[in-house]
Write a protein that binds this ligand. Sequence first.
Ligand SMILES: [Mn+2]
Length: 152
Amino acid sequence: MSDFEGRFIIFSDQHKGNRNGADDFAVAEASYLSALEYYENNNFCLVNLGDCEELWENLFWQVKKAYKKTFELEGRFLSKNAFIKIFGNHDLYWANDPLASFELENIYNQKVKVYEGVVLTTEINGQPLQILCTHGHQGDANSDGNWFTKFL
Ligand SMILES: [Mn+2]
């Protein structure tokens, strides 16, 4: 990601699924869409801070199919170069599957880079401040470098 000047909105852990009973995002979708609409109209940069898709329980195409509208709206930020996608532990797939970049392009109709973290720069009372944002599963034995969980 290059420089973005402006305001940021950070969302994580939507765990978008396939709309079955285990998909907690289904009931939150309408609120998320309204929020995205607002932030897009107000020129925010959207940071998706990991676990945005639930890929331990679902395949990417099931999630794509279930949440077309949501991806379309997120894609509007991407088109404006105002979208930062960071992987989490439940969507680590985006970072380590060789086909992930094609699949993301398939979802958003554009190329998407996936990052481990982002540094936001601002200042408070004239003092520069840098804020590191990452998903934060690092160090969790179930998620970090665990070949078995990765495999699942
Ligand atoms: Mn997580």
